[in-house]
Design a binder for this molecule. Structure first.
Ligand SMILES: NC(=O)c1ccc[n+]([C@@H]2O[C@H](COP(=O)([O-])OP(=O)(O)OC[C@H]3O[C@@H](n4cnc5c(N)ncnc54)[C@H](OP(=O)(O)O)[C@@H]3O)[C@@H](O)[C@H]2O)c1
Length: 301
C-alpha cells in the first residue's frame, strides 16, 4: 500500500491536459518524498514535457494500455480527459499487471455516487471505471484506489465556456438559478491534496477511499460579483431553465454529436443541487488552508 511505502515511485497519465501541469508542480514541490516521479507520454507527444524533463521528471514513452509503461511504479494517477475516459479499465489492468498498487482514477469532480448521478450520461465512464477498480481490488491482494472529489474547478468555470461563462464577451449563459450553491476548487490546491493524500494510510481492511476536499461552497452570483469587480464591468447574465439544457442534450444525442451531448449534459448537471459535495469534507486532514474565492479567481486570471 502506497500509504506505507516510504518513498513511492509515481507515474502520471494525461499530464499535458488542464489539471496535469498543476499535478506535476505539486509533485515537484514534494519531490523528496518520492523515489521517482514520471509522466507517461505517447512517443509523438514527448516534446510537450521538455520543461518537466528539465525539472527532473522522467518521461516514459509508451501507451497507457501497455503494462510496460507502468513497470517499477507503485502509484499511478490518471488525469484522462473525456475522450479517453472509457479506456481507464484497460489502463488499470495494465498498471496492475506491472505491479502498481495504488491507483487514482480520473475523477476530480462531484460526488458521482449520489443517486441522481448514477445514471448521468456525463459520468458513465467514471462509473464504469469505479466498478472495474472495485472488481480488481477484490481480485488483486494489496491493490487500493483513491477518488479525489472537489466539485467544479474554478479555472474551468472562468477560463472556458464549459459552464456558460464568456469572459472576453463579459457574459454568462446559465441553466438554473444563480443563487444555487456549488462546491468549487482550485486546480493547484486539488493537486496539493492529491499528492499529500498518497502518504495518508488507508483504514485497515479497506481498498477504496473517497477524499472530499473542495476549496469551498459559493453561488454563481457570488462568482459573477467578484468578476464584475475585477473586470470593472457588469457581466450580462442570461438564465434559462435546466430543462432547456436537457432538450439540447437530447437533440445532440439524436444528431450523434457526442461532444455536444456531453457539453449540455454537463451544463444541466452543474445546475442540480448535487453539484455540492456532501459533507463531511476531509480538508482538515491536510497541513494547508485552501485558497478562498477571490484568491482563486485572481490566480486563474
Ligand atoms: N470538476 C471540474 O470542473 C473539472 C474540470 C476539468 C476537468 N475535470 C476532471 O479532471 C480530470 C482531468 O481533466 P483535464 O481537463 O485535465 O483533461 P484533458 O485536458 O481533457 O485531457 C487530459 C489528458 O488526456 C489525454 N488525452 C485526451 N485525449 C486524448 C486522446 N484522444 N488520445 C490520447 N490521450 C488523450 C491527454 O494526455 P497526453 O497528452 O499525455 O496523452 C491529455 O493531456 C478529468 O477527470 C476531468 O473530468 C474536472
Amino acid at each position: 500500500m502506497s500509504g506505507s511505502i516510504t518513498a513511492p515511485a509515481i507515474i502520471v497519465v494525461g499530464a499535458s491536459g488542464n489539471l496535469g501541469p498543476f499535478m506535476v508542480q505539486a509533485l515537484l514541490e514534494q519531490k523528496a518524498r518520492f523515489s521517482r516521479i514520471a509522466i507517461l507520454s505517447a512517443p509523438e507527444k514527448k516534446d510537450k514535457f521538455d520543461t518537466a524533463a528539465k525539472d527532473g521528471i522522467d518521461i516514459i514513452l509508451g501507451s497507457y494500455k501497455d503494462a510496460k509503461s507502468y513497470e517499477e511504479f507503485d502509484v499511478a494517477i490518471s488525469l484522462a480527459g473525456n475522450s479517453i475516459m472509457a479506456d481507464q479499465p484497460q489502463m488499470i489492468d495494465a498498471a496492475i499487471r506491472a505491479g502498481v498498487t495504488h491507483f487514482y482514477p480520473s475523477e476530480f469532480g462531484v460526488d458521482i455516487m449520489q443517486p441522481a448521478f448514477l445514471q448521468e450520461r456525463y459520468f458513465r465512464d467514471k462509473h464504469l471505471t469505479r466498478e472495474h477498480l472495485r472488481k480488481r481490488a477484490g481480485e488483486v491482494s494489496g491493490f487500493i484506489f483513491t477518488e479525489m472529489i472537489i466539485g467544479a474547478f474554478l479555472e474551468t468555470f472562468i477560463l472556458s465556456d464549459v459552464f456558460g461563462l464568456d469572459r472576453p464577451g463579459r457574459k454568462l449563459t446559465y441553466y438554473g438559478n444563480l443563487d444555487d450553491v456549488k462546491s468549487f476548487s482550485s486546480m493547484a490546491d486539488t493537486a496539493k491534496y492529491t499528492v499529500d493524500s498518497i502518504f495518508l494510510p488507508f483504514e485497515s481492511g479497506t481498498t477504496e477511499r473517497t477524499i472530499k476536499v473542495p476549496n469551498g461552497n459559493y453561488t454563481i452570483r457570488e462568482i459573477v460579483e467578484v468578476l464584475n469587480d475585477i473586470d470593472g464591468t457588469q457581466y450580462e447574465t442570461r438564465v434559462f431553465p435546466v430543462s432547456d439544457a436537457r432538450k439540447e442534450q437530447e437533440l445532440a444525442r439524436l444528431a450523434k454529436s457526442n461532444d455536444l451531448e456531453l457539453a449540455f449534459s454537463l451544463k444541466a448537471l452543474f445546475s442540480s443541487p448535487y453539484a455540492v459535495v456532501p459533507k463531511p469534507w476531509q480538508n482538515d486532514m491536510f497541513p494547508f488552508k485552501p485558497k478562498g474565492l477571490v484568491e482563486m479567481i485572481q490566480d486563474c486570471i
